[in-house]
Ligand binder design. Structure first.
Ligand code: NAP
Length: 289
């Protein structure tokens, strides 16, 4: 990305790390310790002082459970600061790539969601992410909102790492069979973001919402099963025990859609993408561990 001043908000998050290490995107990665989205004025000041040509926002208040009791912080990070970024992008006529979530939907469609489907989030996190999307769409001329779901990598405390650690210690794992989405490798999403950046750099016009998720709709149970199978194939574990469960029985009190799967057709057509299996993507991540 020579000659383009790219700011990535987020440095230690799994997507930001995947952008840096797996997609090799050369950019100025900004941690919350440098620009704290709880202080939206700092976001504006930082952008005015660094004057980037392109902004990628991977930062978010991502703790879905904590957001229910910390609405103010979730709003500042997922809405107000995003509004500041989009205002700057609009003023300077630069591109903004913003990341969003399947949790903007209520799951009632029961079929894969497309980009133009009506949003109706069921929880605070989803609501703040939807409002953030709205700010980007209202304020920006040049934007790409990439919605994704169930991100995993070997970085941090994501779902794959929780299962990896539980399976490694021989624990019985409970997997919900009545919630569905597409598990998505953060590495793959990072590569897609890189392609979007290349297209923008080449003068391409990319604008709007795009869904990008892994190719296989899964329940948590079937996602866990593939993780454990890969671990067994790699001789990390010799056996595993997964018990089927329903979401009511292990509820954390936060409402989520039952079925929030995505159609990726729009972005697949744009970049002539080929599907990769869930197993293949999990293997790539687990080989880093
Ligand atoms: N994880 C999922 O399953 C999932 C699913 C769908 C969509 N998404 C979306 O994908 C994007 C990336 O998620 P992720 O999984 O990479 O998240 P993550 O690992 O939880 O990382 C969150 C990022 O947000 C930054 N951040 C948190 N509080 C901040 C604050 N007060 N000020 C500035 N930055 C702050 C963190 O900063 P530091 O770099 O300083 O740590 C970190 O880079 C987010 O937009 C998220 O909503 C995630």
């Amino acid at each position: 990305m020579v000659g383009v001043n790219i700011v990535v908000f987020g440095k230690n998050g799994q997507l930001a790390k995947s952008l840096r290490n797996q997609a090799n995107l050369d950019a100025n990665y900004i941690p919350s310790s440098k620009v704290n989205f709880l202080r939206p004025d700092d976001v504006t000041d930082f952008l005015n002082s660094t004057n980037p040509d392109l902004v990628i926002n991977t930062s978010a208040y991502t703790n879905v459970v904590a957001a229910e009791n910390d609405k103010k912080s979730a709003y500042k990070i997922n809405v107000e600061s995003v509004e500041r970024i989009s205002n700057f992008a609009n003023q300077k006529k630069i591109h903004l790539i913003h990341i969003s979530t399947e949790l903007v939907f209520d799951g009632k469609k029961k079929l894969p969601y497309i980009e133009s489907d009506i949003t109706n989030p069921l929880n605070i996190y989803g609501k703040t992410k939807m409002l953030g999307e709205n700010k980007v769409m209202e304020n920006c001329i040049n934007f790409a909102i990439l919605r994704t779901s169930w991100l995993y990598s070997h970085y941090g405390e994501n779902f794959l790492m929780k299962i990896f650690n539980a399976a490694s210690s021989g624990k019985k794992i409970f997997g919900v069979t009545d919630r569905f989405a597409n598990p998505t490798s953060a590495f793959e999403l990072a590569r897609i973001i890189s392609m979007v950046v290349e297209k923008i750099r080449g003068g391409g016009n990319i604008k709007g919402i795009f869904h990008y998720s892994g190719s296989e709709p899964s329940s948590r149970y079937s996602f866990i099963k593939v993780i454990c199978e890969v671990m067994k194939d790699r001789n990390i574990i010799s056996k595993y025990e997964i018990a089927e469960s329903v979401s009511n029985s292990i509820s954390d009190g936060v409402k989520r859609p039952e079925i929030a799967t995505f159609s990726n057709e729009k972005i697949k057509t744009l970049f002539a993408l080929k599907d990769k299996t869930l197993k293949h993507c999990i293997e790539e991540v687990i080989d880093y561990l």
